[in-house]
Design a protein around this ligand. Structure first.
Ligand code: ADP
Length: 272
C-alpha cells in the first residue's frame, strides 16, 4: 500500500491577481507503515499538501496514485479515499457541532453509509481509543476540556477506520499535558493499530521524538526528505528556512540522548 505524488503542483486563485503557486513539483512516495513528520514555516505548503493527499483539492498539474491507481481517474472511488486517508484539520474541535460527543463521532461512519450497529460500534471504539470513557459519550462537546475536545475530534476521523492518518498541527494551542497526550495517542495508533501517520508541524520538537522520516517543506517545495538524523545534519539550511536555532539545538540534544552520532560541527551550534 502506498500513496505516490508525481510532479504535483497546486495553484490557488489561478489567473487572478491573487494567484499563488502553493506547492511545486512535489514527488513523494508514502509507504504503508511509515510515521512521517512534515515540517516547514508558515505558508510553506504543508496544509495544501495534506488536502491534496486525501483528495479534498485537486492538483492543478501532476498525478497522485493511491495503491498505484490514479485518484484522478474517473473510475476512482474518491469517497473511499477520504475514508482511507483520514485528515485531522487544524483545531479540529471547531468542527464539533452535534449535541453529544457520540453523535459527532458517528458523523463520519454514518456518511460512509454503514449500518446503524456498525456506526455505533465504530464510534464507541474510536472514543475509547482516544481515552474518552463511556460516561462522556452523551456529554456536549462544551463540557469537555480542550484536550478532550481535540481527542474527540480525532476519534471522529478514527471511526472511519483509516489506513492513513494526516494530522495538521495536532498539538496547536494545547498545554504541555494536552500536547503529550495527543502525541502519545498518535504514537500508539501507529505502533499498535499500524496506521500510517503524517504529522504536520512547524515545530521540530514535536516531530523529532516520534517520526522515522521527515519531509521539510520550503516555499512549496521539498527542501529535505529523509530519516531525522540525516535531515537534522542540515541544521544551517534549516535555520535559513525559518526553523529556529533553539529548535535545532533541542533536536541535536534529542539525537545525542538517543545515541546518535552528532557531527562536531553541529555541536558548535549548540554552544553558540
Ligand atoms: P502551511 O500549511 O505550510 O502554512 P499552506 O499550504 O496553508 O501552508 O499555504 C501555502 C501558500 O498558499 C501560502 O502562501 C498561502 O498564503 C497560500 N494559500 C493557502 N490557502 C490559500 C487559499 N485558500 N487561497 C489563496 N492562497 C492560499
Amino acid at each position: 500500500m502506498s500513496i505516490r505524488l508525481e510532479h504535483v503542483n497546486y495553484v490557488y486563485s489561478s489567473g487572478t491577481a491573487y494567484e499563488k503557486h502553493a506547492v511545486k513539483d512535489l514527488n513523494i512516495t508514502i509507504e504503508s507503515g511509515e510515521f512521517i513528520g512534515i515540517i516547514g514555516h508558515t505558508g510553506s505548503g504543508k496544509s495544501t499538501l495534506t488536502q491534496l493527499l486525501n483528495g479534498l483539492i485537486k492538483a492543478t498539474d501532476g498525478h497522485i496514485y493511491y495503491n498505484d491507481k490514479s485518484i484522478y481517474d474517473k473510475k476512482f472511488d474518491m469517497r473511499q479515499l477520504r475514508g482511507q486517508v483520514g485528515l485531522v484539520f487544524q483545531y479540529p474541535e471547531h468542527q464539533l457541532f452535534e449535541t453529544s460527543i457520540i453523535r459527532d463521532v458517528s458523523f463520519g461512519p454514518a456518511n460512509m453509509g454503514l449500518a446503524k450497529d456498525e456506526i455505533e460500534k465504530r464510534a464507541k471504539m474510536a472514543l475509547m481509543q482516544v481515552g474518552i470513557g463511556e460516561d462522556l459519550f452523551e456529554a456536549s462537546p462544551f463540557e469537555l476540556s480542550g484536550g478532550q475536545r481535540r481527542r474527540a475530534a480525532i476519534a471522529g476521523v478514527l471511526a472511519m477506520e483509516p489506513s492513513y492518518l494526516i494530522l495538521d498541527e495536532p498539538t496547536a494551542g494545547l498545554d504541555p499535558k494536552g500536547r503529550e497526550e495527543i502525541l502519545e495517542l498518535i504514537r500508539w495508533l501507529h505502533e499498535t493499530r499500524h496506521i500510517t501517520v503524517l504529522l504536520v508541524s512547524h515545530s521540530m520538537e514535536d516531530v523529532a521524538e516520534y517520526v522515522n522520516r521527515i519531509i521539510v517543506m520550503n516555499h512549496g517545495q521539498i527542501a529535505f526528505d529523509g530519516v531525522p538524523k540525516e535531515v537534522f545534519k542540515n541544521y544551517r539550511e534549516l535555520e535559513k528556512i525559518g526553523l529556529a536555532a533553539p529548535q535545532v539545538t533541542y533536536v541535536m540534544n534529542q539525537l545525542k540522548d538517543n545515541g546518535f552520532q552528532v557531527e562536531t560541527d553541529a555541536v558548535t551550534v549548540e554552544e553558540a
